[in-house]
Design a protein around this ligand. Structure first.
Ligand SMILES: Nc1ncnc2c1ncn2[C@@H]1O[C@H](COP(=O)(O)OP(=O)(O)OP(=O)(O)O)[C@@H](O)[C@H]1O
Ligand SMILES: [Mg+2]
Length: 379
């Protein structure tokens, strides 16, 4: 798929901007702070309903405005669609498809798909487990937009279960009436049901991603691997996660068992300690975890390899995503820069940002846009 037109109103630094786009490479070039990342951030938001830079919507709305609108015309094969999101910080966001009446924002997932490379990706390797869970879940949702609903069910159940545990912890501390455990049993089942689905999708994704990441790492840093992706589950003892193919039912039982075992501790602490929200993806380089051991350059190659593998996977599954490369070339040495550029150049649509023309590798010749003073002009 590719975006044929992007239109922003009161998004970040843009009061209004209209950007017609072609398939192939488009490079957005301009000095620091002119709004290049803001443009591609908007495209990424349509694909994931979140920004790759901030966790809340408030900074996305132009200072002084009370809402932002992102609109994109999208073509996939013969089919064209118009998606529109209105961001209302503090209130519910709104969405429309083809100018029809409103739909839920998550109904637009799957129309725009992106794989976004950005300097922030280094946190995939060096950052907290939450970064890697987000990586997995965004890709799970890109493969299967229906999972956005399962995710939000899971989050809702988790919140309610935590509230229940917190009041149990309070009651326990203050010697109050002890809680009726059958209520918690019901929440355990809800959590395990949605959690098993999340787990199953993550495990399936990791096994699909493993060979592609290995291949991408080898292409970026020949001879530097091998790499291995290992899921670290809060509901399975370390080392038993990859004991073989697992069904939803087995994962459900695994979660129920782990919840039963952790219950006493959970009531003491007043928080849910078991479930996909506590899991991690261990990234190994050779025999060692990349986090804490890999060099800066190796960490970069690893992060890029994960993104390239994501791209290969989505493309192989039939819907080619838009590739977004935000400021990544400036961060790479000449050799990896050329390698990465060659790998992404054939993409159906590639959006690149760079502060200076020279940072855009030659193989990525294509349309150029100058970004300055809130304006985006094709040059
Ligand atoms: N909500 C907002 N309202 C108004 N301006 C904003 C808002 N959010 C960000 N900006 C402005 O947008 C600019 C940053 O834009 P952006 O991150 O797209 O820059 P860039 O062109 O990618 O720069 P660099 O080359 O440094 O990456 C900053 O000047 C910032 O003050
Ligand atoms: Mg930028």
């Amino acid at each position: 798929m590719h975006v044929t037109h992007l239109s922003l109103a009161d998004f970040r630094s843009y009061a209004r901007v209209e950007v017609p786009l072609d398939p192939g490479v488009s490079a957005f070039v301009g000095a620091n702070g002119q709004g290049k990342t803001n443009l591609v951030e908007a495209v990424g938001y349509l694909a994931t309903l979140s920004s790759h830079r901030v966790s809340s919507d408030a900074p996305l709305v132009r200072m002084g405005a009370d809402r932002a609108v992102i609109r994109a015309a999208v073509t996939q094969g013969e089919r064209s669609q118009l998606v529109e999101l209105e961001l209302n910080p503090g209130k519910a966001n709104r969405a429309r498809i083809n100018r029809s009446s409103q739909v839920r924002p998550r109904d637009v997932l799957g129309i725009v798909r992106t794989v976004l490379f950005a300097p922030e990706d280094l946190a995939l390797v060096k950052g907290d487990p939450g970064e890697r869970r987000r990586f997995l879940d965004e890709l799970v949702t890109a493969r299967s937009p229906r999972m956005a609903g399962v995710r939000s069910d899971y989050d809702r159940v988790l919140k309610q279960r935590n509230t229940l545990l917190k009041s149990a912890a309070m009651a326990r501390r203050h010697g109050g009436r002890s809680m009726d455990m059958s209520t918690l049993d019901v929440w355990d089942q809800h959590l395990a049901r949605a959690g098993a689905e999340v787990l199953a999708r993550r495990l399936d994704l990791i096994s699909a991603l493993q060979p592609l990441t290995d291949k991408a790492y080898e292409a970026l840093a020949p001879g530097g691997g091998p790499i291995a992706l290992e899921y670290r589950s809060s509901s399975a003892p370390a080392g038993t996660e990859h004991a073989g193919p697992v069904t939803r039912e087995e994962l459900y039982e695994q979660l129920m068992g782990a919840l039963a075992e952790a219950r006493k501790q959970e009531i003491e602490r007043g928080v849910t300690l078991i479930g996909p929200h506590r899991d991690d993806l261990l990234l190994k380089l050779g025999q060692l975890p990349a986090k804490g051991y890999a060099s800066h350059g190796e960490s970069w190659s690893y992060a890029l390899a994960l993104r390239l593998a994501s791209y290969d996977l989505l493309r192989a599954e039939g819907n080619e995503p838009v590739l977004v490369l935000d400021d990544v070339f400036a961060e790479l040495d000449a050799r990896r820069r050329e390698r990465l550029a060659e790998l992404v150049a054939p993409g159906e649509q590639v959006l690149v940002t760079a502060a200076v023309d020279d940072d855009v590798p030659h193989v990525l010749a294509g349309a150029r846009y100058a970004v300055a003073d809130g304006q985006v002009e094709r040059v």
